[in-house]
Design a protein around this ligand. Structure first.
Ligand SMILES: [Zn+2]
Length: 386
């Protein structure tokens, strides 16, 4: 079913006539819901701390998760204590909860496990993203990054980043189910920033180009072995991916000169031992999201390729600037030391903690919440009394 739909979504011929009315129904339902939030019939929950949503307007993987990992690292380098919320697709568990080191992949989902292992920040899952975010704030998160949830309007947000897959773009341009779109491309006019992942025709005028970089394979088992991808040039391998767009992974390996026997699975598919073991002894390469599901039964020939989101420095700065563009976000930032409120001084571009007598700078539009970068204020400083 999923494969059949994908040939319609990303194929050249227009979708069959009988499928199109369903897209109309879907569009209407989405429009009504969005209208209800805009007009106040349905109320979004505004949390006391900033929420940044990283999502997409189409179905399937677009590279959101590596972007979330990148963003969390950038925020942490600037002194923030972010927490990550996501629905936890592919997991069987219910109810919001914080992901622990021992949480099982089949309960929390592959993406949550990957984020836990890579972010260095607390992660919470739950269909109710508001409740999940509150759990993280109770644990000290002063900013929430939501992985996916552009359409989860109940979670109020101060910034939105939309990711487009450079290769697939908007597919055939139709809404679900005749096409891959959950919303019209015009939705991108209202987000803080658009990021295009990977090469391809430009799908959005101001999109910031991102690429996924990875050159070193790691063993899926716990042995910690490493293997440079370059060393497998010209080698025949099994390439395996249960992600939104398996072709992107296969293309990466082919570009590195590998001779791939390709095995694509549906997104979030629960890989079992028999799916990753073959009659021959060829190396088996998979994505990082697949590896978290295979650790228990991996053998010596199983490798995964961790990828990292990469931007040109100017684009990275532009992305962060756009995220912090909405001054309402600055108004609800917390002091990294006492977790108390900050006063945003528009004239001097400072965030002032009156309790700690510190002024944190905003550089090139991005707050720097590091104690060593903050200015210590005299008790008579006008910033403290104004
Ligand atoms: Zn403080």
């Amino acid at each position: 079913m999923e494969r059949w739909l994908e040939t319609i979504w990303y194929g050249a011929p227009p979708p069959p006539w009988w499928l199109r009315p369903f897209s109309g129904v879907f569009s209407l339902a989405t429009a009504l819901r969005e209208g209800a939030y805009r007009s106040g019939w349905l109320a979004a929950v505004q949390l006391p701390r900033p929420v940044i949503v990283v999502g997409n307007i189409s179905v399937g993987g677009t590279g959101k998760t590596p972007l979330v990992i990148w963003l969390v690292r950038e925020l942490r380098e600037r002194g923030f204590t972010p927490g990550v919320v996501l629905r936890g697709y592919g997991g069987s568990g219910t109810g919001p909860r914080v992901v622990g080191p021992d949480s099982r992949v089949d309960e929390i989902g592959d993406e949550a496990a990957l984020l836990r292992d890579r972010c260095g920040a607390p992660v919470a899952v739950g269909a109710d993203r508001v409740a999940a975010a509150r759990l993280l704030m109770a644990e000290g998160a002063d900013l929430i990054v939501a992985d996916d949830g552009l359409q989860h309007l109940r979670l109020g947000r101060q910034a939105e980043v939309a990711v487009i897959d450079g290769q697939r773009g908007f597919g055939n341009g139709w809404r679900l189910p005749a096409g891959p779109l959950r919303e019209r491309p015009a939705r991108l006019e209202r987000v803080s920033a658009v990021v295009q992942n990977g090469a391809g025709p430009s799908h959005w005028p101001q999109a910031l180009p991102m690429r996924l970089a990875g050159t070193t394979l790691l063993s899926v088992d716990a042995s910690g072995r490493r293997l440079e991808l370059e060393r497998l040039r010209g080698t025949r391998v099994h390439a395996l991916a249960a992600i939104g767009n398996p072709e992107r992974f296969f293309a990466t390996l082919r570009a590195a000169g590998l001779d791939c026997e390709e095995h694509g699975f549906p997104d979030h598919y629960a890989l079992q031992s028999q799916d990753i073991c073959f009659e021959d002894a060829l190396p088996v390469l998979m994505t990082e999201k697949d590896a978290v599901k295979c650790r228990r039964f991996a053998k010596a020939q199983h490798w995964y390729l961790p990828v990292t989101a990469a931007f040109e420095p100017a684009d990275a700065q532009a992305l962060l600037r756009r995220i912090f563009m909405d001054k309402r976000l600055l108004d609800i930032l917390a002091c990294p030391l006492c977790k108390g409120p900050l006063v945003y001084d528009r004239d001097q571009l400072l965030l002032v903690c009156r309790a700690d007598r510190l002024a944190f700078p905003i550089r090139d539009g991005v707050p720097v919440m590091l104690q060593e970068e903050a200015r210590i204020l005299e008790s008579s400083d006008p910033l403290l009394v104004r």
